[in-house]
Design a protein around this ligand. Structure first.
Ligand SMILES: Cc1cc2nc3c(=O)[nH]c(=O)nc-3n(C[C@H](O)[C@H](O)[C@H](O)COP(=O)(O)OP(=O)(O)OC[C@H]3O[C@@H](n4cnc5c(N)ncnc54)[C@H](O)[C@@H]3O)c2cc1C
Length: 410
């Protein structure tokens, strides 16, 4: 292998999705050589933005205050918010099978917003633009890792086109179906939700009032997430509709008019009729959690470590918390003159992240079962519970703070 076709780094991140790109930017100023490898070609600059139901990215994230703060520290937030992000001030959750309802308001925790709904393509573009400006991280874009080997304490990654990249520490940020995780022999616990999520952008008759809406139905949750538009009419929402695979297939095969009618009816016409819908996408939902996040110089991050039901919109928020913790541990290691692949350094990262991720996944699992069951005693319990919780302000404040990724104190 010629010298120009191989390169050595202190840290290699595989995957420039939101989690991997955020980690790369967070460690960019450390005195180490960092590489970021991405399978897909990455466009330069910003995507053009147009206020039409067909223009929004169908994949959006409900960013917590903690994630927003992290993006701000990375210098990525102001460019996003100046383009398009919707601050939501309220959240309305109700049981499709009864009278239970909870309303969360940012004013209850003396905040301006509960969070922001942002298109994934804008988050990614801002992080990648930041990396291009910083120029300290070597980026290999459009070059998927094809094989992984270990030799004398170094991990060698062969990229498409033949380039060889070596490092004592490789971060797998290559998503839910991570190849790096598989090649490194990590054990995962996985279970199928037997659900598919249909996502799309819709235009509604009435304004969304900067509220995130979620109706729990026996067949799965249906969310309308508010999107921002230049005219301020508030009539675009991103929907996430989680249903059994056969129902998803039937919904995907409907014509647009029939789909819009079905969607508005399931949503109890809370925002009037659904007047237009973008192209729809359907994803199978699997929950997955790696038994360990760290093994022999390989570290799992974001969806490569854990994938979670989208009902609480926590997936990338957990991924950003992973990135914050790992960047922090890398910084500490540099300050103390420790190798980044030091077992103590990596185990600290695992200790900081695994418990919190597992707790969030268990909570989502519990929610899903609670709302899926048609049994009368549980229906009564959850309806009474929701009404009671709606009136229990101190407890509601704690839940809001947790969901915003803040400490429990308002
Ligand atoms: C329907 C739906 C709705 C969701 N809504 C929300 C929400 O509201 N809020 C929220 O927080 N989360 C949400 N999520 C979850 C969120 O989208 C994911 O948690 C997040 O995108 C994961 O980011 P990541 O960077 O870890 O992985 P990914 O985004 O999957 O990125 C992995 C990257 O690795 C690259 N890659 C893969 N293999 C290789 C290889 N061999 N070599 C090099 N590169 C490679 C890929 O090209 C990709 O760019 C939702 C998920 C779904 C399915």
């Amino acid at each position: 292998m010629s010298a120009e076709n191989s390169a050595d780094f202190d840290l290699v991140i595989v995957g420039a999705g939101m989690a991997g790109a955020a980690l790369a930017l967070a460690v960019a100023d450390l005195p180490i050589k960092v590489a970021l490898i991405e399978a897909q070609a990455v466009r330069e600059g910003w995507p053009a933005i147009d206020d039409s139901v067909f223009d929004y990215d169908a994949r959006v994230s409900a960013l917590t205050e903690s994630s927003r703060g992290f993006l701000d520290e990375l210098g990525a937030w102001s460019d996003i918010v100046s383009r398009r992000a919707c601050a939501y001030t309220d959240m309305e959750v109700w049981d499709g099978e009864g009278t239970g309802r909870i309303h969360f308001a940012a004013s209850e925790v003396k905040r301006a917003a509960l969070g922001h709904i942002v298109e994934n393509r804008l988050i990614n573009a801002s992080l990648i633009n930041g990396l291009r400006e910083n120029a300290r991280v070597k980026c290999f874009f459009g070059m998927p890792v094809e094989t992984m080997d270990r030799q004398q304490g170094l991990i060698s990654l062969k990229l498409a086109g033949g380039k060889l990249v070596r490092s004592p520490l490789v971060v797998a940020a290559d998503g839910a179906n991570s190849k790096i995780r598989e090649w490194a022999g990590f054990v995962t616990r996985e279970w199928d939700y037997h659900h598919h999520a249909i996502v799309a952008t819709v235009e509604t008759e009435s304004a969304h009032k900067n509220t995130a809406w979620q109706r729990f139905l026996p067949e799965g949750p249906l969310a309308f997430l508010p999107l921002s538009d230049a005219a301020g009419e508030q009539r675009y929402c991103s929907i996430v509709w989680s249903v059994k695979p056969d129902i998803a297939e039937a919904l995907m095969s409907l014509g647009d008019d029939d789909f819009c009618r079905e969607l508005a009816a399931k949503f109890e016409h809370r925002l009037g009729s659904v007047v237009a819908c973008s192209r729809r996408f359907s994803f199978p939902l699997r929950q997955r959690h790696a038994a360990d996040y760290v093994s022999d110089g390989v570290v799992l991050l974001g969806d490569a470590a854990h994938t979670i039901h989208p009902l609480a919109g926590q997936g990338i928020n957990l991924g950003f918390q992973d990135a914050m913790a790992l960047a922090d541990e890398c910084r500490r290691a540099c300050e103390r003159g420790l190798s980044l692949s030091d077992t103590g350094v990596l185990n600290r990262y695992q200790r900081r992240r695994k418990g919190g991720n597992l707790a969030m996944m268990a909570m989502m699992e519990g929610f899903q079962h609670l709302f899926e069951t048609p049994a009368m005693p549980l229906r009564l319990l959850r309806n009474t519970g929701m009404r009671w919780l709606d009136s229990a302000l101190p407890l509601k404040r704690q839940i809001i703070a947790k969901a915003m990724g803040l400490s429990d104190k308002p």
